[in-house]
Structure formats: structure tokens, C-alpha cells
Design a binder for this molecule. Structure first.
Ligand code: MF3
Ligand code: CO
Ligand code: CO
Length: 297
């Protein structure tokens, strides 16, 4: 088994060609204020652009996941994702978002989220989540999957399967008129039945012209989150489940979130659209999650 995650060394910054449209924070690192913005997309054209951003995010995610193997560094995964985004005319949204130094997040083992790609080589038995967000046609699309490096141990398999099932169950409750707290209620029930912790410090989010906008979509049951879903809303559902407790701790890079008890964490994420009758997954995969389809679990 691998030892605890420590901070590695970063490669020089990657650049995005000038012809690619950039989000508002690309130069300054400061996102636009998100206080009063709405995540409702009220024109067919805006919804079409969300579909396009979601499709590109998915393509880049699958290219990145296909490269996961023992011995590859998370920085090499960042390079692959960066090139795949740029080749499609998309800006990799994490790059310089609040100063984030790389183009994707790679979260290994006890890292909950926001791991920074570095020179650590993936090892057999690791879990890695690749979280890809792209800015394309003026919209962000955001998705992630956790995959195995080599053969998983039994409890890591249980963790990853349950996290995926919890995300899908959370998505399945989405429809007009439903309260946002139904999502977390559903996810928390599945986690509890499986003996897993639900991270509370990070949530899903409205998404569109801005990377993160209201509402904050809790993955635990948040009684006060009584807002109701409306057609045209686009937001993410991205539960992080832990083998141990829910608590987290941020490393000295001010980004990497690890579990307080150093036990493993997994995450999956989709961007979804509330339709007049239910939900459409904007980052949906033709092939299904890689840990099931190509890894065979
Ligand atoms: N993609 C992450 C999310 O799901 C956010 C990453 S922010 C970054 O919301 F700056 F770390 F990239
Ligand atoms: Co994400
Ligand atoms: Co997200």
C-alpha cells in the first residue's frame, strides 16, 4: 500500500492559445461576484451552449481517464487534459481560478478534492479522481470520475461503487418543483446504509456563464435548503464519500483537501439540466463510468 499523500513538485504553467475565449478570471485569478446571478438558462440557445460545454468536458474527461495507469504522474494527466481541451477550442476552467495553478484537479486516495497535479506517480492500488471543467461557447461544463490504478482492494471498490450509485440516485430525484435538499437526503441515506461518511465542506453548485454560482447543492441532508428546482436550471451534483468520517483538512498549498482521518475518499460529478419533465445529464457518457465499463468492476 502507498503511504500518505504529500505535496509534490509542480511543472511550469501551461498556456492557452490567444484565440481561445477565456473566462473572466483567466488573467486576474478573481472570479466575478456570484451573489445574485441565476443558474436558470432561459433560451434554447443558452441550453444548447451548456450541452456543448458538457459534451466537451466529457470528451476531455474520458481521454484523461484512458491515460491512467501505474507509473504515470498526475502532471502528465494534466498535460493530456490541457491539450485535449485546447484542441477543442476550450479553456480548462481550473487554470488560474482563484489562482489554481493547473488545468484539472487530480485527487488521489485520501484526497477529497482539489488535488493539484504534480510529479507523484500513480501506484497500483491507488484511487484517482480526475475532475475536468471546461469553458466553451461561453459556458462551463464540469464532471469527474474516480478510477482504480491496478486492482482495487475490497473496501475501495465498495467506496467507489457506492459513490457512483449515490450520485446517480441524487440525479434521479431532479425534476421541476423538487426541493434541492432532496438530493442530499437521497445521497446521505445511501452513504449511511453503506457505512460511509459524506463530505459537508464542499457542495455541488449552479454553473453556466460562471464556474460556480448559486445554489450550493449540499450532498448531506440540509433542512434549510428548501429552494425548488425550475426548468432551465443547470447545476452540478458531485458527492464526495469517505471510508471514514466526514471531516476534512486543507494542506499547505491551500487547495488539497484531505480526510481528517486519512482514510480514502471518492467522488463523481455530473452537470445536469432541469427539463420541463425531469433531468438531462449534460456531461453524460455514451459508455458509462470507466471503473465499470473498461475496468470491469
Ligand atoms: N471542478 C471543481 C468542482 O467540481 C472545482 C475546482 S476549482 C479549482 O467544482 F480551482 F480547483 F479548479
Ligand atoms: Co468539478
Ligand atoms: Co463542480
Amino acid at each position: 500500500m502507498s503511504g500518505p499523500i504529500t505535496l509534490g513538485h509542480l511543472s511550469p504553467p501551461r498556456s492557452v492559445p490567444p484565440h481561445i475565449p477565456r473566462p473572466e478570471y483567466a488573467e486576474t485569478g478573481e472570479p466575478a461576484p456570484r451573489g445574485r446571478v441565476s443558474c436558470v438558462k432561459s433560451t434554447p440557445e443558452a441550453i444548447e451552449r451548456m450541452r456543448a460545454a458538457g459534451r466537451v468536458a466529457r470528451e476531455v474527461l474520458e481521454i484523461t481517464l484512458d491515460a491512467v495507469k501505474p507509473g504515470i504522474t498526475t502532471d502528465a494527466l494534466d498535460a493530456i487534459a490541457h491539450e485535449a481541451a485546447v484542441a477543442r477550442g476550450a479553456y480548462p476552467s481550473p487554470l488560474n481560478y482563484r489562482g489554481f495553478p493547473k488545468s484539472i484537479c487530480t485527487s488521489v486516495n485520501e484526497v477529497i478534492c482539489h488535488g493539484i497535479p504534480d510529479d507523484r506517480k500513480l501506484m497500483r492500488g491507488d484511487l484517482v479522481n480526475c475532475d475536468i471543467t471546461v469553458y466553451y461557447q461561453g459556458m462551463h461544463g464540469d464532471c469527474s470520475e474516480t478510477v482504480f490504478v491496478g486492482e482495487p482492494d475490497a473496501e475501495s471498490l465498495h467506496l467507489v461503487r457506492t459513490t457512483y450509485d449515490a450520485m446517480m440516485a441524487g440525479i434521479a430525484v431532479v425534476k421541476p418543483g423538487e426541493r434541492f435538499n432532496s438530493i442530499g437526503k437521497t445521497i446521505a441515506r445511501i452513504a449511511k446504509d453503506a457505512g460511509l461518511g459524506v463530505v459537508r465542506a464542499f457542495a455541488g453548485h449552479g454553473i453556466g456563464e460562471l464556474f460556480h454560482m448559486p445554489p450550493s447543492v449540499a450532498h448531506h441532508y440540509e433542512r434549510t435548503l428548501r429552494l425548488r428546482m425550475e426548468p432551465g436550471m443547470t447545476f452540478t451534483i458531485e458527492p464526495m464519500l469517505n471510508l471514514g468520517g466526514p471531516d476534512c483538512h486543507i494542506l499547505a498549498d491551500d487547495w488539497t483537501a484531505i480526510t481528517a482521518d486519512r482514510r480514502r475518499s471518492a467522488q463523481f460529478e455530473h452537470t445536469v439540466l432541469v427539463t420541463p419533465t425531469g433531468v438531462e445529464i449534460l456531461t453524460g457518457s455514451a459508455r458509462g463510468p470507466l471503473f465499470q465499463t473498461s475496468q470491469g468492476y
